[in-house]
Design a protein around this ligand. Structure first.
Ligand SMILES: Nc1ncnc(-c2cnn(Cc3cccc(F)c3)c2)c1Cl
Length: 283
C-alpha cells in the first residue's frame, strides 16, 4: 500500500507503517502524520493491510496526547484533509532529537538480548536471574540513537546521550519519559493491560520548548500485553500482533517475502486493534 495522494500536501517520507507530508504552500511550520493500515512483523511490512488499523492507532495516540499533561506537537484545532481525516494528525514541525526515548518496565526485545550479554541494558545494571518477560524492579530509561530508515536503532548509555544532545536536554528527556511512562502504565494497568515498554520521540519548537512528538503509546511504538495472560504465566504475547506472529511462524520459514495473511487472520487482528483502543477509550 503506497502513501495516499492528498491535495495540497506533498508526501515527503514513509516509515514502515506511516507517511509524512508537508504542505505544498511552503509553510515549514506544520506537518501531516498519516497512519496507514500497513502492519509490520519480523521487520517485514505484511500484505494485505489491516482494515481500520491506521484510524484505530491514530485514535489511541490522540487519546494519550489528551490524557498526558505534557506539551505536545498537536496543532489545535485539527484541520485535516478529508481523504485521511480519521488517520492523520496535523502537527507543528519540531527540531527533533535523534534519540528514541525508550522506557522499559519489563525485560523484552533488545533489552532482553542485551541483558543476556551483560546483565545490563544501556549501561544500567540489573539483578541476576531475570528472564524474558519479567517485570523490572523499577522502570528504566534506555535510549537509542536513531538509525537511518530500515536499520535498527543503536542502544546507547545515558553518558553517550549527553554527548549527542547535551546534559540539560538529556536530563529533561529522561525525566519526561519516565514520568509519562509511570502515568501511562498506571492507566494501562487499571484497564487490564500491561505497558511493557514504549518509545517516545521529542523535539524542540521555535521557542525552544521540548514537546512530545511523533505517535505516542500506540501498539506500534509500545509493547502491550494482556495482564490476565501475563499473570497466568504467558510471556511475550503482543496484545495486537500475536495473531499475526503466530500465523507467520507456522506458515513462513522466515526467508524471502512473507506470504499474504489470510482473511481470518486479518479480521481477528483488526478486532484486536479495536479491542485495545476500547480498553482505553471505552467505559
Ligand atoms: N512534529 C514533528 N516535527 C518534525 N518531524 C517529525 C517527524 C519526522 N519523522 N517522524 C517519524 C515519522 C512520522 C510519520 C511518518 C513517518 F514516515 C515518519 C516524525 C515530527 Cl512528528
Amino acid at each position: 500500500m503506497s502513501a495516499a495522494e492528498i491535495p495540497g500536501w506533498a508526501h515527503t517520507y514513509s516509515g514502515k507503517v506511516r507517511d509524512l507530508y508537508r504542505p505544498e504552500d511552503g509553510d515549514t511550520g506544520v506537518l501531516l502524520v498519516v497512519a496507514s493500515d500497513r502492519v509490520s512483523a519480523f521487520d517485514h511490512v505484511l500484505e494485505p493491510g489491516i482494515p481500520g488499523k491506521g484510524e484505530l492507532l491514530t485514535s489511541l495516540s490522540r487519546w494519550w496526547f489528551d490524557h498526558l499533561p505534557v506539551p505536545n506537537h498537536l496543532i489545535e484545532p485539527q484541520r485535516l484533509p478529508v481523504e485521511v481525516e480519521r488517520r492523520a494528525m496535523l502537527v507543528r514541525s519540531l527540531d527533533m532529537f535523534p534519540i528514541e526515548c525508550v522506557v522499559r518496565g519489563y525485560l523484552s526485545g533488545s533489552g532482553w538480548a542485551e541483558y543476556q550479554q551483560s546483565q545490563s541494558v544501556c549501561g544500567i545494571g540489573l539483578p541476576a536471574g531475570l528472564t524474558s518477560g519479567d517485570r523490572l524492579p523499577v522502570p528504566i530509561f534506555t535510549p537509542a540513537f536513531k538509525a537511518p530508515m530500515g536499520e535498527h536503532d543503536e542502544n546507547i548509555t545515558f553518558a553517550r546521550m549527553i554527548e549527542i544532545v547535551g546534559a540539560d536536554a538529556a536530563s529533561e528527556l529522561r525525566t519526561l519519559s519516565l514520568d509519562i511512562f509511570q502515568r501511562a502504565s498506571t492507566i494501562a494497568e487499571s484497564k487490564g493491560v500491561i505497558l511493557a515498554d514504549t518509545k517516545f520521540e521529542f523535539g524542540r519548537d521555535t521557542d525552544g520548548v521540548i514537546r512530545l512528538a511523533d505517535e505516542v503509546l500506540t501498539s506500534d511504538s509500545s509493547r502491550y500485553w494482556d495482564q490476565e495472560a501475563w499473570v497466568a504465566g504467558v510471556r511475550g504475547q503482543s496484545f495486537d500482533k500475536q495473531i499475526v506472529r503466530d500465523w507467520l511462524s507456522a506458515h513462513w520459514d522466515g526467508t524471502g517475502t512473507p506470504p499474504p495473511l489470510p482473511d481470518e487472520i486479518v479480521e481477528r487482528t483488526s478486532a484486536r486493534y479495536a479491542e485495545l483502543l476500547d480498553r482505553f477509550t471505552g467505559a
